[in-house]
Design a binder for this molecule. Sequence first.
Ligand SMILES: [Mg+2]
Length: 258
Amino acid sequence: MNKWGKGIKAAAFDLDGTLYFGNKVVEGALELVAFLKERSIHVQYFTNNSGKSRQQIYDKLTALGFELKIDDLSTSAYATAKFVKERGWDPIYGVGSSAFLSEFSSFGLKLTNEHKLVKAVVIGLDVEFSYAKLAEVLAVVKKNKCKIVACNVDANYPVENGNLMPGSGPIVSAIENACEKKVDYIIGKPNTYMLEDLAQEHKLKKHEILVVGDSYASDVRMAHHFGCPSILISGTHKKHKKTLVVRRLKDIQRMLHA
Ligand SMILES: [Mg+2]
């Protein structure tokens, strides 16, 4: 695979639409991961999914046949909790599922409804988001100078049968609109916090990480922002600088064999 494969020490794989669709593993995914590991290339699993905890997604991956340690999985929810913890923003006000909020608790961060105490509002996918919750966030943000941290601003995400569901993005937009303020940080793809973490944890240089994903807007743009090569699993997008476009995961393995 020429310049893309040279010197690669880690591959960061997107999950939905790349390694699996719903509960179905993509053809060639398990073989490609095994092939990379045989060549001592670290495999990291990346997802913007903020509706589930890292443990839940880890359990899904292992049930689908992927062999990994939990630290091999980077999720936008986990990364957001880590980010907020590192900055000492505690307590927090959370918008998101109970699984999402549990990530913050696991870092020892406290959730509070006391508006004046809130140091950061954190936003993930919340399928029960409502006008009442929006009003609550507005009250929190107007009462103090807390930070607003979003897991991601994905417009939607794919579900079974090719249908789409609204993502965290519309929730973030509603909050920004109501509060007349942009969020301070967006942690998930296409921003680079998860890649920076991977590089730091495994002492990798930028060019040693290869991003593989099916989304130009999140996966390829994350790689581009970070400055590392990427492979887009698609036949429809225009080729991007430093991006190789392939139709199937199997093609990557074949190129590496060459
Ligand atoms: Mg995807």
